[in-house]
Design a binder for this molecule. Structure first.
Ligand code: X8Z
Ligand code: ZN
Length: 610
């Protein structure tokens, strides 16, 4: 599809049509071959240069994220600026090959040059402004704190503290205040974000895209229009299950908090769902547990009892991957990762995985606390790390996920194998009871994480796509955010929010400029992948009870897919892995079948929806 973009480029005329000024005949076969050879050589050069380039931007990005201050911000902005200038240069050069007859790999390599979150605006001044604002937004998020009294810095609270309140407190006033305190920290990002979006659009338009949303949607080996339809199709497959879950949870929260705090009908207020963004509701499991006391799923006390710390948790996750036949993490991973929050400086605590040099310097950056949520997140991050390791031998231009949703799905797929059976095998919970009630409890816990996430995973980019295409204007940033939150999630703000606020900025991926549809896709894909792996493992139990731990056949199948990276269209990779070229929600529906039936019974007589 990207090929179209190349033909849409205006600037190629001067270069390609040099021949038009002379009266020479059409290009000969030899000319065509020469052009193809040149293109191939160019791709080779970009691949050769990529290691050192990645090493330098990796270094700048790493220190900016693990040591937030003005200096590292400046260095990170400058490194990104160099990257943009380089990108502009190579894209300009690539225009020469717009109509050339290239072999598949060379064509795909050139296409991948356009597959970026940000493309360079034409002027150096705008490139510099873009990267400066980008670094500032990210640093603002990482160092944000809520300080009720400027005289008393010891009373400031950061995201970790405020999130803990959201997860653990059942006092509505405390919940509401923590929610407000965090969201208010983002107000200062509003103007920066507006300008940032404008500048990104300048870059995207420079290369023939309608806007940045069009660019982002074009990264999936299909047209941007087809991709939009694809996300709608997937959402419509899972929407009924989400509505059912929202309905049941609303009823239980209403019973717990009463009508004034949580109305029986309509959207649920955002402060009572256990999470700052209402994207993962597992923290309120005790309030909505279907069969109280049946089969404890309390992993946290298991972790405490066995004295897990950051390293022990990470080792445990590594152990799962090696049980599949994957390699041990390199020594440098342990030396260079940031696993805990340093006491003496600001860091970006939002977890991430890094491929510093495309040659094996892989790391994670996380502020690990020994609890269940962190346990799952480490598995998630190691999924990225193992992907990096698996495709290490591909040319750098292909060293990325089949698409970005694949990258996000790997670790989560592995987490699906942390079944009650597996968790008790490693001593984190008691031996699971085999009863229907225990199954429903376990499914509920999982649904609070996976099903609750789906509309959230979709709406973030729904908002950004609107910002980028101009249908959401700066004066409506917050209003449209809450309209989308309500439409998709059936969630409302706990207090009225006006346009002096900038609530989208309170979610990491907005200031960090990370596209988010990838997580929506990953939440569908991970069940599809798990179904395949379980089949490869010869699993006979229901999908929700399958763990591929220690299964080398499943591991080999997985690894083979990871090794492909982005060397071919994702549909091809999907086909080799699963026999089908499509993303498809039937596996997540199959997985949650028992819970879906149970929820239908529970919701009988209720007016579900909002
Ligand atoms: O950002 C992440 C990972 C890093 S790629 C921790 N996730 C999304 C989020 O936290 O919003 C994983 C699930 C969704
Ligand atoms: Zn991730």
């Amino acid at each position: 599809m990207n090929r179209l973009r190349w033909t849409a480029l205006p600037a190629c005329i001067a270069l390609l049509c040099g021949c038009a000024h002379s009266n020479s005949a059409a290009p000969t076969e030899a000319d065509a071959q020469k052009l193809a050879d040149e293109a191939k050589a160019m791709v080779q050069r970009i691949n050769d240069e990529a290691y050192q380039r990645q090493r330098e931007s990796g270094a700048a990005g790493w220190v900016a994220a693990t040591y937030i201050n003005d200096d590292t911000q400046l260095l990170a902005a400058r490194a990104q600026q160099r990257d943009l200038a380089y990108q502009a240069e190579v894209l300009d050069e690539a225009r020469r090959y717009t109509d050339a007859r290239l072999d598949e790999s060379t064509q795909r390599s050139l296409d991948r040059l356009l597959n970026q979150t940000v493309l360079p605006p034409a002027s150096a001044a705008e490139q510099a402004e873009l990267t400066t604002i980008g670094a500032r937004l990210e640093a603002a998020y990482g160092s944000a704190r809520s300080c009720p009294d400027p005289e008393k810095p010891e009373r400031c609270r950061d995201l970790i503290e405020l999130s803990r309140v959201l997860a653990e407190s059942r006092d509505p006033a405390a919940l509401r205040q923590a929610w407000i305190d965090w969201h208010d920290t983002a107000a200062i990002m509003r103007d920066d974000y507006q300008r940032y979006a404008e500048l990104m659009n300048h870059g995207a338009r420079e290369y023939g895209y309608k806007d940045t949303g069009d660019l982002w949607r074009s990264g999936y080996d299909m047209s941007a229009e087809d991709f939009s339809l694809e996300t709608e199709r997937l959402w419509s497959q899972v929407q009924p299950l989400y509505t059912s879950l929202q309905c049941y949870v609303r009823t239980r929260l209403n019973q717990h908090y009463g009508d004034t705090e949580v109305p029986k009908t309509g959207p649920i207020p955002g402060h009572v769902l256990g999470n700052m963004w209402q994207q993962d509701w597992s923290a309120i499991y005790p309030l909505v547990e279907p069969y109280p006391g049946v089969a404890s799923l309390d992993v946290n006390s298991g972790l405490q009892k066995a004295k897990y710390d950051a390293v022990k948790l990470t080792r445990q996750a590594e152990g799962f991957y090696t049980s599949l036949g994957m390699p041990e993490l390199p020594q440098s991973f342990w030396q260079k990762s940031m696993l805990t929050k340093p006491a003496d400086r600001d860091v970006q605590c939002h977890a991430s995985a890094w491929d510093i040099d495309m040659k094996g310097d892989v790391r994670i950056k996380m502020c690990i606390e020994a609890d269940e949520e962190n346990l799952r997140t480490i598995y998630h991050e190691l999924g990225h790390v193992y992907y990096y390791l698996a495709y290490q031998n591909l040319p750098p231009l292909f060293q990325t996920g089949a698409h970005d949703g694949f990258h996000e799905a790997i670790g989560d797929t592995v987490v699906l194998s942390l079944t009650p059976g597996y968790l008790s095998r490693v001593g984190l919970i008691d031996a699971p009871k085999q009863s229907e009630e225990a199954v429903i409890n376990a499914q509920m816990k999982m649904a609070l994480e996976k099903i609750a996430f789906l509309p959230f995973g979709k709406l973030i980019d729904q908002w950004r796509w609107g910002v980028f295409d101009g249908s959401i204007k700066p004066e409506n940033y917050n209003r449209s955010w809450w309209e989308l939150k309500q439409r998709y999630q059936g969630v409302m703000p706990p207090v009225p929010r006006d346009e002096t606020r900038f609530d989208p900025g309170a979610k990491y991926h907005v200031p960090a400029n990370t596209p988010y549809t990838r997580y929506f896709l990953a939440h569908i894909l991970q069940f599809q992948m798990q179904r395949e792996l379980c089949q490869a493992a010869g699993n006979q139990s229901p999908l929700y009870d399958c763990s591929i731990f220690d299964n080398k056949e499943a591991g080999a199948r997985f690894w083979a897919m990871l090794q492909r990276g982005a060397s071919q269209p994702w549909q091809q990779t999907m086909k080799e892995f699963s026999g089908s070229e499509q993303m498809d929600a039937s596996a997540i529906i199959e997985y949650f079948q028992p819970l879906a039936a149970w929820l239908d019974q529970q919701n009988e007589g209720q007016r579900c929806g909002w």
